[in-house]
Design a protein around this ligand. Structure first.
Ligand SMILES: Cc1cc2nc3c(=O)[nH]c(=O)nc-3n(C[C@H](O)[C@H](O)[C@H](O)COP(=O)(O)OP(=O)(O)OC[C@H]3O[C@@H](n4cnc5c(N)ncnc54)[C@H](O)[C@@H]3O)c2cc1C
Length: 460
């Protein structure tokens, strides 16, 4: 038997996959006995916020991920497709119907037992009885303490402070200059890490957006008067001092940012030959080099406001945002330190993590990790090799990234084409490159599926 803790997106999919492979599952969900601060119902796979599962086309990495999941018999994708509401190129769902379809399918499965109670500790596991922890970003306190004990206090985080990310192509290179503070770059002198939240650590090469006194004042005025996103109750807790949103820092005084993430020390603008009055640093954010994050710019501004204010930064006037900044409660492990590519923990291979707590970000990524963790756990019970999908697939690339990314300052990741193995011969057009990447992924996935057992979804 497999024990799955947490009946969210990841736990539901994990239970479904494992049971569909013939292995009995006990799925333990604490709601409604013990609620979380954001879930509103007792349904399994409740969507806590947006009803969108994002893009659904193959020119989009999350669209590819969804198609791979469909081909692997995903319950979450079946429920999403059946509860779909009009949303252009995105897959949005009727959230009530979606969660009902998942709940009904799991409740009526003969091999799945649903237990409604809080797991206060990690149950004992063995290869015959593996455990999957899929308790999400709002993992209950006592279990969080146990997890911290298991993985090490340093490898469990409780907040996510996310800086916005922009597309490299949308940065005006004529206005920015490439340099690292004090001339240090990758392979050069390494400075001590300044904070856990991505403040400039002195390493690597940065794109620097220099500001004059006048530009800084205008930016500052816009920032302190911009509208913040509404704050959930769970976010009212104090932020770590090192992870303050920029608008909170700015509210402490006009020069706070100039002595914080926008400090110009150690940088000389080649255009003027002098240090800029203030600077915003952009750091390469993915291997492909097409995403840059704004260093130390975690923010809770509303997304429209973020775009408006951040486009006042020289060089970012036309910036296209891949991801907006956020600060929210998020329990997750330092996956590259803790996990194998199969979602098994390194220290205890019959203990697995899946979903947001395992270091992925988003509904679909969480469900995808649950899908593979469920299959891995089933393989352990059946005495088989845990499955690993090729890294050219979105699912395989996600598993590889999560277990092999740079562990310093690790943050939960969405799926992007940047983490998928590049094509040997890529078409020149970006659109064609993405489609060719998806085509290759689905072909290799189909080859893999030909030798694997995939849940039959039937018409029920
Ligand atoms: C406020 C907020 C808004 C978000 N908005 C979005 C969004 O719009 N789009 C998006 O893609 N992602 C969003 N996310 C991220 C989102 O949480 C994940 O994408 C997704 O829900 C993660 O799936 P999961 O299965 O890992 O966790 P969940 O779906 O949260 O499931 C975890 C389950 O475990 C249960 N649980 C917790 N502790 C225990 C315990 N000790 N014992 C038993 N059960 C337990 C919980 O009740 C819950 O049902 C948001 C997250 C938060 C916190």
């Amino acid at each position: 038997m497999i024990r799955v803790i947490g009946g969210g997106l990841a736990g539901s999919e994990a239970a479904w996959q494992a049971a569909s492979l013939g292995v009995p599952v006990a799925l333990q969900e604490m709601r409604p006995v013990r609620p979380t601060s954001v879930h509103r119902t007792d349904r399994l796979a409740e969507l806590v916020c947006s009803n969108s599962l994002r893009g659904d086309k193959l020119d989009n990495a999350v669209g590819l991920l969804k198609e791979e999941m469909r081909r692997l018999g995903s319950l979450v994708m079946r429920a999403a497709d059946r509860s779909r509401v009009p949303a252009g190129a995105a897959l949005a769902v009727d959230r009530e119907e979606f969660a009902k379809l998942v709940t009904d399918a799991l409740t009526s499965h003969p091999l799945i037992t649903i237990v409604r109670s809080e797991a206060e500790r990690i149950p004992d596991s063995s290869p015959a009885e593996p455990v999957i922890v899929a308790t999400g970003p709002l993992t209950s306190e006592s279990l969080s303490r146990e997890i911290a004990h298991l993985v090490g206090d340093d490898h469990l985080y409780f907040y996510d402070a996310i800086s916005p990310i922009v597309l490299a192509d949308s940065i005006d290179r004529a206005k920015v200059f490439r340099a690292s503070r004090w001339g240090r770059s990758l392979g050069g002198v390494k400075a001590a890490r300044a904070s856990v939240c991505g403040a400039d650590d002195g390493e690597g090469d940065y794109l620097n957006c220099p500001m004059t006194d006048e530009e800084y004042r205008r930016f500052y005025e816009a920032l302190v008067s911009a509208e913040s996103a509404s704050v959930h109750d769970f976010d009212r807790e104090k932020f770590f001092e090192g992870c303050l949103p920029i608008e909170v820092m700015a509210s402490r005084g006009p020069d706070t940012l100039r002595f914080g993430p926008m400090k110009p020390v150690g940088l000389v603008d080649p255009g003027t030959g002098t240090p800029p009055y203030a600077v915003v640093q952009l750091r390469q954010d993915n291997l492909a080099g097409d995403h840059f994050s704004l260093v130390g710019f975690q923010t809770q501004l509303k997304w429209g406001e973020q775009a408006r204010v951040l486009r006042m930064i020289p060089g970012l006037e036309q910036a296209e945002f891949v991801r907006f900044g956020m600060v929210h409660r998020n329990t997750y492990i330092n996956a590259p330190r803790v996990l194998r590519e199969t979602w098994q923990t390194r220290v205890k291979p019959d203990l697995l993590f899946a979903g947001q707590i395992s270091g992925v970000e988003g509904y679909v990524e969480s469900a995808a990790s649950g899908l593979m963790a469920g299959r891995t756990a089933a393989a352990l019970v059946r005495g088989e090799e845990p499955p690993v999908l090729p890294r050219v697939t979105a699912i395989g690339a996600l598993a590889y990234y999560v277990s092999h990314a740079d562990p310093s300052n690790y943050q939960p990741t969405n799926v992007t084409f940047g983490i998928i193995e590049p094509l040997a011969r890529a078409p020149r057009s970006k659109a064609e490159k993405k489609l060719a990447t998806s085509e290759r992924a689905l072909k290799q996935l189909d080859d893999w599926i030909a030798t694997a057992q995939v849940p039959a979804l039937g018409s029920g």
